[in-house]
Design a protein. Structure first.
Lengths: 410, 461
């Protein structure tokens, strides 16, 4: 798989504008050749950990099947179709396949690359194409006026200090879901309270914060993702802060793993941390007066934070630092953690599939006997909360920052 | 091609969501874990034995080949459609553990239950299902029974057939056969479950299995012995067994395997060794298990091992296993394809077999790594190659035939675990003889007169 360069994207976009001069097969196979698929020895081990395979029990919902499809296109045995595209946009991109692959193949990277090829070939599902257009127009996933980025803070007793901060050490990158989705407002609200309790000088970018680009990337629109990334990096530079902190693990993953590929060296001197890392740091420095909570909790590793960014311990350290909180692990955790189903933007495309996956993860959480699922991702929180509601499970899902805030305020 | 009428009838049986005819879906069922690739005409995914019966009734009438398939992890091309095309019958939706009978220590499972899932379920109740093919997480019990799967634990605990007490299966004409049961002693009539074990989907479609369980060993200890001489290693294995030890596993890796793993993982494996043995003892009494492991370690030392290590902790145990578990991935990194054979030999023939296979590798200019189960004589010579290179592929085929010849010359057999499938079919008669093939054909004709069940597998029907 090639590293995405600007020139290549221009070429692909150019091909597309030549009035469909190239077939979808040509477009896709020029991006993903036979060589890119040969690392798959077809052993099938990835099926066991693949969340879509385990609920569908169907080879075309398994990484091995998806790779076989790409290979068949590269070998001119198959033409990409809408059904073909569906198999890739139904993947949660949780990277459990990459973790399982005995051959060390970066399967999730290939599957993401496939979406890029499908986008270029005009085979992106309409709902995702529409989302891309919306992000392009409004610079966020909700389609609201981006100047209202701080809407989440409007019902707070005290306006966040970061909204006024002229000189800051850290930029808090809130992310679209935390900014605009009312059920997620409490995540940024809790986090700014924790930052303020710990005496952190932070700034909010307000309307200058644009979508991180991940949803565009998930649709396959790499060019849009790059433009969003360029803007965000420039806005952070303008703030004068040396560090960026994100509560959203997808924003964090994109900043740490995708921006360097899209933009090269320009991101090198910006330090990115996840909220759980910063909280862990503040707790270790004794800056957060945590008070006891009597709770048994289990921790759900978000894919973008755990498997894809290797941050397993900071959230656990934060949870364990709260007196009275007992952490019990689910049957699969750390690198083996099951995706909640909320990844890959499958929700936009196939909500029924997401329901099946989230029910499986919820069952694992229920088996622990915990009363609360703690996670570190607003998307995982939404997905697991929805699953608990459907299954009528007496199990709440909260973000680590909400748990910390509760401990500070108890 | 399957007619619209047949597709309609099949859809009535299993429902529209579980009948697939689009090339995109068919392509995903064109292969197993080998390099074989043949696209089926249709894929059907039933949920019950009754649905399987309905599907087979239709296929038998239409003379449509039926290839039963679990998770498609086979290493002999047994679940690819071959030149006949036909219907791939995927049993992965039949994934329910129907009963775990703690009193009688049995489990009744549907064919599509993943082997590792059953093991997790029974181990939670202090029970144990020992067969452990390396595909434990990506193969199903139906497939394990249809291929009589083995694994490292088989020297001590036996293979899949030693745990099958009964089966439910659908015959080619759609009738449902239930055979065997919970009594341990069961000699009423022909042993029909035994007939279906290892039949690779050619005699019936297994939909349910009744499995024997034992008490779960609670202690496992692991050691490693390094030998600079292959004969010494082989003799050491025999000494251990003759002394009355029954290791839970006894795995061997040859020098090519050691080098390939070391290149990939840098574990610090001894590159000047001729063979590494990994041995285990398990049981329910720590003192007894420790004594057995120490006893084996002592025998390996006195038999000429240059180094013997015994794991003192779970981490050390994992470290010892890491090399063995990394064999397949290491091989996969070396070349795009590998042909993994599983010849089975009288134990005493192992050193000679390894020497001859190495000579075959040199003769045909192919890297061949040899590893496997030293305790039971089941070796995995793996040829690494690139299938796209026609000239190299021709050499691979010759080398493969030569390896089978070695197995037969030394009193062994073609396959110990993987089955015959498509890939070993040309060598069958040379191994079992014309009379045995005639008997197999007669059984096949009696049960499947129209030859619809997995045609072209094991032998030409």
């Amino acid at each position: 798989v090639t590293v995405i360069t600007e020139v290549e994207t221009q070429e692909i976009e150019g091909q597309k504008t030549e009035a469909g001069a190239k077939s979808a097969r040509q477009t896709l196979s020029e991006l993903i050749g036979q060589e890119d698929t040969l690392g798959c020895i077809r052993c099938g081990l990835c099926s066991y950990t693949c969340p879509t395979y385990r609920v569908e029990r169907c080879e075309s919902a398994a990484p091995r099947g998806r790779i076989a499809l790409l290979r068949a296109v590269a070998e001119d045995k198959l033409a990409p179709s809408e059904l073909f595209a569906h198999k890739f946009y139904d993947c949660v991109l949780c990277a459990a396949c990459t973790a399982a692959c005995p051959g060390g193949m970066e399967v999730d990277r290939l599957l993401l690359e496939a979406r890029r090829g499908l986008y270029a070939a005009g085979l992106v599902p309409e709902k995702l194409a529409a989302l891309s257009r919306q992000i392009e127009a409004s610079h966020n996933i909700s389609g609201e006026d981006n100047a209202r980025r701080l809407v989440w803070s409007e019902n707070m007793e005290q306006r966040p200090a970061g909204a006024e901060q002229a000189q800051a050490d850290v930029v808090y990158f809130v992310g679209c879901v935390g900014s605009f989705f009312p059920t997620s407002y409490s995540i940024p609200q809790s986090f700014v309270k924790a930052l303020e309790a710990g005496g952190v000088r932070y700034a909010l970018l307000a309307g200058e914060e644009w979508c991180c680009g991940y949803p565009a990337l998930l649709s396959g629109n790499v060019d849009l993702a790059r433009r969003l990334a360029e803007h965000n990096v420039e806005a952070i530079r303008q703030s004068g802060a040396r560090r960026v902190v994100a509560t959203c693990p997808s924003c964090y993953h994109v900043f740490t793993h995708v921006y360097p590929e899209l933009l090269g060296d320009v991101t090198r001197d910006i330090g990115i941390v996840h909220s759980t890392e910063l909280l862990d740091e503040m707790i270790k420095e004794g800056r957060l007066p945590l008070k006891p909570l009597d709770m048994v909790v289990t921790y759900h590793d978000p894919c973008d934070l755990g498997r894809k960014s290797k941050l397993y311990e900071p959230p656990r350290a934060v949870i364990k630092a709260i007196p009275g909180v007992k952490l019990v692990e689910m049957a699969s955790h750390h690198a083996d953690a099951l995706c909640c189903g909320g990844g890959g933007n499958v929700e936009t495309n196939d909500p029924a599939l997401v329901e099946k996956m989230s029910a499986r993860r919820l069952a694992q959480a229920q088996d622990t006997g915990a009363q609360t699922i703690v996670t570190a991702c607003q998307q995982c929180k939404r997905t697991l909360t929805g699953a608990a509601r459907r299954e009528k499970a007496r199990l709440r899902t909260v973000d680590v920052v909400e748990l910390v805030c509760k401990s500070l305020e108890s | 091609m399957v007619s619209e009428q047949i597709i309609r009838e099949l859809t009535e049986v299993v429902g529209p969501a579980y009948v697939h005819t689009d090339p995109v879906d068919l392509q995903c069922y064109a292969f197993d874990a080998t390099f074989e690739e043949w696209r089926p005409d249709i894929v059907v995914r039933p949920a019950t034995t009754a649905e399987v019966a309905g599907v087979l009734t239709i296929c038998n009438r239409a003379r449509l080949p039926v290839i039963a398939r679990g998770m498609g992890s086979g290493l002999a091309g047994g679940t690819v459609p071959a030149q006949f095309g036909g219907l791939v019958l995927s049993l992965t939706r039949m994934d329910h553990i129907l009963e775990i009978d703690e009193q009688n220590m049995t489990a009744t499972v549907e064919a599509g239950v993943i082997t590792a899932d059953l093991q997790t379920a029974v181990e939670a109740r202090g029970l144990f299902y020992p067969p452990d093919p390396s595909s434990i997480k990506h193969s199903t019990l139906g497939g394990n029974v249809a291929c009589n799967a083995g694994g490292p634990r088989c020297l001590k605990y036996g293979v899949t057939k030693d745990y099958v007490m009964g089966v439910k299966a659908v015959l080619a004409d759609g009738r449902i056969l239930a055979a065997g049961g919970k009594p341990i002693k069961y000699v009423t009539g022909y042993d029909l479950p035994a007939l279906l074990i290892g039949s690779e989907g050619t005699l019936a479609v297994i939909t349910e299995v009744l499995l024997r369980l034992i008490a779960r060993p609670t202690v496992t200890m692991t050691g490693m012995a390094v030998f600079h001489d292959l004969d010494q290693a082989s003799q050491a294995v025999n000494k251990v067994l003759q002394a009355g030890f029954l290791p839970a596993t006894l795995e061997i890796m040859d020098d090519t395997t050691i080098h390939t793993v070391e290149e990939y993982l840098h574990l610090g494996l001894p590159l000047d060794a001729a063979a590494i043995l990994i041995f285990e003892s398990d049981g329910r009494d720590r003192t007894v298990v420790q004594a057995e492991l120490d006893g084996m370690a002592g025998l390996f030392r006195s038999a000429g091992a240059s180094e013997v290590r015994v794991a003192q902790s779970e981490e050390e145990r994992n470290a010892l296993w890491r090399g063995r578990r990394s064999v397949s991935p290491s091989l996969a990194r070396r070349r795009p394809n590998k042909l993994g054979e599983d010849i089975s030999l009288p134990r005493s023939a192992i050193p000679e077999a390894v020497r001859r296979i190495k000579a075959i590798g040199r003769q045909y200019g192919l890297p061949i790594a040899i590893f496997g189960h030293a305790g039971d004589g089941n070796l995995h010579p793996n040829i690494m190659f690139d299938r796209r290179d026609a000239e190299e592929w021709a050499r691979v085929q010759k080398a493969s035939a030569a390896i089978f010849a070695v197995a037969l010359e030394l009193g062994g057999t073609l396959t110990g675990e993987h089955g015959v499938g498509l890939l070993k079919r040309p060598y069958l008669e040379g191994d079992v003889g014309a009379t045995a093939v005639d008997v197999m054909r007669a059984i096949k004709r009696a049960l499947d007169p129209n030859g619809i069940l997995n045609p072209g597998k094991i032998f030409v029907h």
